[in-house]
Design a protein around this ligand. Structure first.
Ligand code: F0G
Length: 462
């Protein structure tokens, strides 16, 4: 018998309950796609086979989390689940004060309203859709200060989420530190392809901001995934635990907004965590207006309990290695058959480079939107556009933003799909790649005012 060369790892869980999937025919999918205006956000979940739209709120909870739901204390005020959550946020993230919110954008709304004055500038390591919109709605202007490498899908920089300190200094010189209430630092950077920021860079950002009296606000949505990349890529961190690295990341920042629907393995939830008491007081007051009382922030007690338990599970080494390992597995498969994807493979998703995949399409024929629609038609797999549609329009000129990255995101929910689903996914992408030159673009026929990618509608050209 031939000897096996390599020892594999497998998912560090076994399956206790299953959800059955519906298989569809190409004709059924064409009908569903036309009805959805070629927008994967408008498909019915029932018509989807493997759902890689997002890793947001789509995670499988553990038996401990499900048991935690039964411990929900649904008191209007002072639920014990709030105090459990507060304790774990303090213990694992290190911030002193907690304001729960229904999800990430609830926290973004509150912090933007408190810290941003009209005419302010908010630098960030690439934009995120909801984060930037809340900054703009508060009267601010977002300025991208991520390193140039992040805009190049081929560049192999290990920390493509890093802030370009020169760009940040130039902005401070140009507009003055008093016009910059904070820098918004994401770990990992979703729109760059799930790319991490290094501890070294974070330290430098902290030092520069301290010198100028600028706050640092972390988007901690996928900070556990970022901690994993630091562990495997940054000198001096190989022996540190994920929990230690997570806490160190947060220690360089003044506050964090959190969409718990990602790292924290739940279906709903978020929070704003802070160290500054005065800002906390304002946030605690404001949350009552927009979300709910400050001890539930729009969540049920049971949701806070699931989050509190999720924090403990998220930092387990076996979990995070398998979570990112699964994404790497698909990435390596696609690279081995020559599919153009963003490199290095990021934490939560594979990003297909639609510009290279469909080079015959013009930018305003929406290559990424087209490719996401085509992948669904071919296989029933749902992905998401992350290109010109997601980028939206400039509020000054009204013209589209033309992002350098025109991507399709295949996003992996945590603990949901098996390796066989991964194989089927890679084969489906390969099948579309084989007939790529025959694929025609789209035209936009309906465009909503805010976050248009969610509800825009398209028709097939030609
Ligand atoms: N920040 C990042 C980095 C995100 O990825 C998201 C959501 C948010 C903030 C907003 O959080 O959805 O809980 O209000 N990202 C989802 C996604 C929608 O599919 O990437 P939310």
């Amino acid at each position: 018998m031939e000897k096996l060369k390599k020892r594999s790892w497998a998912e560090p869980f076994k399956i206790k309950s299953v959800e059955l999937l519906k298989m569809t025919s190409r004709e059924e999918r064409q009908k569903a796609l036309t009805e959805a205006g070629y927008n994967t956000f408008l498909l019915k979940s029932e018509d989807v086979y493997i759902d890689l739209l997002t890793d947001s709120g789509t995670n499988a909870m553990s038996d401990r989390q499900w048991a935690g739901l039964m411990l929900g204390d649904e008191a209007y005020a002072g639920s014990k689940n709030f105090y459990h959550l507060e304790e774990n946020v303090q213990k694992y993230y290190g911030y002193q004060y907690l304001v729960p919110t229904h999800q990430g954008r609830g926290a973004e709304h509150i912090i933007s309203k408190i810290l941003i004055k009209p005419g302010n500038y908010i630098p960030g390591n690439m934009y995120f859709t909801t984060t930037r919109l809340h900054q703009e709605l508060a009267g601010g202007t977002f300025v991208d200060v991520i390193i140039d490498e992040a805009h190049d899908p081929e560049n192999l920089h290990p920390f493509k989420g890093n802030v370009d300190l020169q760009k940040l200094e130039d902005l401070i010189k140009k507009v003055g530190a008093d016009k910059i209430p904070y820098i918004s630092v994401a770990a990992t950077v979703n729109m760059a392809g799930g790319q991490p920021i290094s501890i070294e860079n974070l330290r430098q950002v902290r030092a520069l901001c301290t010198r100028h009296g600028i706050k640092v606000v972390l988007d901690a949505t996928r900070a556990v995934e970022n901690a994993y990349f630091i562990k495997v890529r940054e000198k001096g961190y190989a022996k540190k635990s994920i929990a230690e690295i997570l806490k160190e990341i947060c220690s360089y920042t003044d506050a964090a907004t959190m969409s718990a629907k990602k790292d924290l393995l739940v279906n709903i939830g978020g929070f704003l965590a802070l160290n500054d008491y005065e800002v906390f007081e304002e946030a605690r007051n404001m949350v009552v207006v927009y979300e709910g009382l400050h001890t539930y922030g729009g969540l049920a007690g049971r949701d806070m309990e699931a989050m509190a338990i999720g924090i403990e599970e998220a930092v387990q080494e076996d979990h995070i290695r398998a979570r990112i390992g699964q994404v790497e597995y698909v990435g390596e498969k696609l690279l081995s058959i020559g599919i153009p994807i963003v490199k290095p493979v990021g934490g939560h998703a594979i990003f297909l480079n639609a510009k290279q995949f469909l080079p015959h399409l013009k930018h305003l024929e929406f290559p990424a939107q087209t490719l996401a629609a085509e992948l669904y038609l071919e296989s029933g797999i749902r992905s998401m556009e992350r290109g010109i549609v997601s980028a939206g329009r400039s509020k000054e000129t009204g013209d589209h933003y033309y992002p350098k990255l025109e991507l399709v995101r295949l996003t992996f929910p945590r603990r949901v799909y098996t390796q066989a689903h991964c194989d089927v996914t890679a084969e489906a992408v390969e099948a579309v790649y084989e007939y790529r030159s025959k694929i025609k673009g789209l035209k936009m026929v309906y465009e909503p005012k805010y976050l248009r990618f969610f509800q825009a509608r398209f028709e097939k050209l030609g």
